[in-house]
Design a protein around this ligand. Structure first.
Ligand code: C2E
Ligand code: MG
Ligand code: MG
Length: 293
């Protein structure tokens, strides 16, 4: 019997794993999954918003909604620590629906409080986009909250767009017809076949922060950033640089004619109340840089 069991890989003993028990990693993942489920029920998630600004004037042209989790024991948890598990388990679907509803409701609240709301960008994950009721849910959320669809932007990643189903592509075009905008997040880090730019209703490229980080000194990063900005201009797409932290980076991007910027240099992700204060001020005071022609 021992020999027979040894021949069957599922019965072999591996470190940290015994027949009938789970690996430590699986256990941790399941615990996290159950915590996320409870967190959704108990309203432990909330959104922060990071301003996107006009690189020349500092005017706020949009905000990106970024999810946070106030965990009862672990405190504030960043999305990097739970989005992957939410994806794997499918919980990203209800979570994503909540994010969309909350972001659209917030646009409405800003309007009701008499501030001119910026366009709000919402991150959409692969599994969420593939879920059968995605299109209907977005349309229903817009209808329910009564926001102008032009105020909503959905951020997709290159990998999401790699092997789309016809149904999905049609869905995105239908949302575009309603007035919804689409951008490519983390542009340049994915599979970058670029053919998706023709096949999807993409309006904006977001230059990934990994390319912004090396500006202006890294020849590679400078080349990539300049090329993406030029490509966007040539294809009549909008373009924004993410993760702008220093004046030197801003200066490079201004000279390279990058119209929009987002990053800690202007504002960290902040609460809806803080966004309102910034909106009432009208713009974020940008540090002056030299020679803008
Ligand atoms: P992302 O969509 O690319 O968002 C940008 C991330 O960069 C955010 O991290 C933001 O806080 C951070 N960031 C902004 N400016 C700077 C800067 O100047 N320097 C540096 N070092 N970082 C900066 P965050 O909020 O931790 O989100 C991480 C990722 O989690 C997001 O990347 C996005 O992929 C995902 N995520 C966040 N919220 C959601 C959501 O509601 N749904 C989904 N599906 N994913 C989300
Ligand atoms: Mg994003
Ligand atoms: Mg990004």
């Amino acid at each position: 019997l021992q020999a027979a069991l040894r021949a069957r890989p599922e019965f072999q003993l591996r470190p940290g794993r015994h027949p009938g028990s789970l690996t430590t990693r699986t256990r941790a993942r399941l615990a996290l999954e159950s915590d996320i489920r409870k967190g959704l029920e108990r309203d432990e998630f909330y959104l922060l918003y990071q301003p996107q600004v006009d690189a020349q004037s500092g005017r706020i042209v949009g905000v990106e909604a970024l999810i946070r989790w106030r965990h009862p024991e672990h405190g504030i948890v960043s999305p990097a620590n739970f989005i992957p598990v939410a994806e794997e388990s499918g919980l990203i679907v209800p979570m994503g629906e909540w994010v969309l509803k909350e972001a659209c409701s917030q646009v409405r609240r800003w309007q009701q409080r008499g501030v001119h709301p910026p366009r709000v960008a919402v991150n959409i994950s692969a599994r969420q986009l593939r879920s059968t009721n995605f299109l209907d849910n977005v349309a229903a959320t817009i209808a329910m909250t009564g926001i102008v669809p032009d105020l909503l932007e959905l951020e997709l990643t290159e990998s999401i767009l790699m092997d789309p189903e016809a149904r999905q592509v049609q869905g995105l075009y239908r949302l575009q017809q309603l007035g919804v905008h689409f951008s490519i997040d983390d542009f340049g880090t994915g599979y970058s076949s670029l053919s998706y730019i023709k096949r999807f209703p993409i309006g904006m490229l977001k230059i990934d922060q990994s390319f912004v980080r090396g500006l202006p000194d890294s020849v590679n990063d400078a080349g990539i950033a300049t090329a993406v900005i030029a490509m966007a201009h040539n294809m009549q797409l909008e373009v924004i640089a993410e993760g702008v932290e220093t004046l030197a980076q801003l200066e490079f991007l201004r000279q390279a004619k990058c119209p929009k910027v987002q990053g800690y240099l202007f504002s960290r992700p902040v609460t809806a109340g803080d966004v309102e204060i910034l909106l009432r001020a009208g713009q974020i005071d940008l540090p002056a840089t030299t020679a803008i022609d």
